[in-house]
Structures are given as structure tokens and as C-alpha cells.
Design a protein around this ligand. Structure first.
Ligand code: ZN
Ligand code: ZN
Length: 235
């Protein structure tokens, strides 16, 4: 049997048994790879190629500025951040399904999206860690799962435990920029040998960049030569 027909048949049967709707458009799910998101919505996720900050990748309102005001006022320690798309629509939905609904199968296709992005040279990949309580409750770190895909695709090692969370922090949502920085100060620790290494720090979503800044500070303190950041989505 042809693969395409077989896939459609399997999805058809699965949908009869477990009817599921695409959470983005409410149409029927029509594939197994990134189910429940439908093919049309998944394919509708596009790379953001509008104007963005040359350092932290924040989307900018105009083509004229090359660096955002945040980076101008307080330059981050990382050399550059890259992201696949904006944190909205199907991409936001897919990240939520992976993170909060535990749909681990989405890590591979999401990692595939990020692999298509031109990334800075690096010697290793370090995922942003969850705190131990979050990790126990969720059972996995979504950024680690995405990191495995990047590591395989780019053939650079994934140093899963290189960064760890020292203490509990408040959710960053609803905090001001100063509060976010304070909330994260000293929250991360580094384990292992990073001396002289170019690190690719990986996270699922970057909002204000406070987490990336704080993790970078620790990685540089631990002797990393430079840190670049890759995220799936930029808010
Ligand atoms: Zn859809
Ligand atoms: Zn910036």
C-alpha cells in the first residue's frame, strides 16, 4: 500500500476510535505526526522574517532600528538569539500541547522547525532547566526533548544537566522587567566543564529575555567562551 494512503487510512481509523479536533481551526485531525493539529494549520506556521532586533530577535515595529531599546540600554551577555517564529497561532498551541498536555510526540516536529533556522556555530547545546518540582510534576523537560532533535540534526552534544535550577522562582508572567530579573537572580547553577566552549542555550519560548540573560551570565561565569540563544518562539 502507498504510504500516503496508509497514513490517511490509519488516521481515519484513529479518528473513528478517538475523534479529535484541531485546537487551532476546530477541523478534523488528519495526520499522526503533529496530531491533533491539522496539516493545514501546521503548514501555516511560518518563519517570522519581519524586522527584529539583531541581538535578542525581538520583533521590531520598524525596519529602521537594528537593535531594540532593551538591548541598547542593557546589552545581554549572549552574542545573538535566533527564533523560528512568533509565539501565536498554531505555534503557540503546539508549544502548549507539548508543555502542558504532555504530548511529547510534538517535540520532534517542533525541533524540526527550529533545525530549519540558521543557527550560530556552537560546541554544545544546553537546555534551560525546569526546577525539580516542575520536572517531577511534568515528568519531562520540553526543552530537553527539543534539544535532542537539534543535537541529532546538528551533530553537537546536548549537555542536559549543565544548567540546573538552584531554587524555586515565581512564574515570570505579570512581573515587571526589574521584578523578573530579581526573581531569577542566582536561580541557576552550572555543573560540568564548559571552559572555552561555545554554548547554544536552548529554550522553547523567549518573552522578555530575562531567563536567557540570567542563564547566559551563569554560563559565562563558568568559563563558556560565548553563548548564543535559540528558541522556537519569540513573544
Ligand atoms: Zn487546523
Ligand atoms: Zn534586543
Amino acid at each position: 500500500m502507498q504510504k500516503g494512503i496508509k497514513d490517511r487510512l490509519t488516521t481515519g481509523i484513529l479518528n473513528l476510535l478517538y475523534p479529535s479536533l484541531c485546537p487551532v481551526c476546530a477541523g478534523p485531525t488528519d495526520n499522526l505526526i503533529y496530531s491533533p493539529i491539522c496539516r493545514a494549520c501546521w503548514n501555516g506556521m511560518t518563519r517570522y522574517d519581519g524586522p527584529s532586533c539583531g541581538i535578542c530577535a525581538a520583533p521590531l515595529g520598524s525596519e529602521h532600528a537594528s537593535v531594540c531599546t532593551g538591548c541598547m540600554k542593557n546589552r545581554p551577555g549572549f552574542t545573538k538569539a535566533v527564533s523560528f517564529g512568533l509565539y501565536s497561532g498554531a505555534l503557540r498551541e503546539a508549544v502548549h500541547l507539548l508543555k502542558f498536555s504532555g504530548l511529547k510526540r510534538l517535540a520532534a516536529p517542533l525541533g524540526g522547525l527550529l533545525l530549519g533556522v540558521d543557527m550560530p556555530e556552537a560546541d554544545c547545546i544546553v537546555p534551560v532547566p525546569l526546577e525539580i518540582i516542575g520536572l517531577r510534576a511534568r515528568g519531562f523537560n520540553q526543552t530537553f526533548l527539543i534539544g535532542r532533535q537539534i543535537s541529532k540534526g546538528r551533530r553537537i552534544p546536548l549537555l542536559a544537566g549543565a544548567l540546573f535550577k538552584r531554587r524555586k522562582t515565581l512564574p515570570q508572567v505579570g512581573l515587571s522587567a526589574e521584578e523578573r530579573a530579581l526573581n531569577l537572580k542566582g536561580a541557576f547553577g552550572v555543573r560540568g566543564r564548559l571552559h572555552g566552549k561555545r554554548v547554544l542555550l536552548l529554550d522553547d519560548v523567549m518573552t522578555t529575555g530575562a531567563t536567557a540573560r540570567e542563564c547566559t551570565r551563569e554560563l559565562l561565569n563558568a568559563g563558556a567562551e560565548e553563548v548564543a540563544v535559540a528558541v522556537l518562539a519569540r513573544a
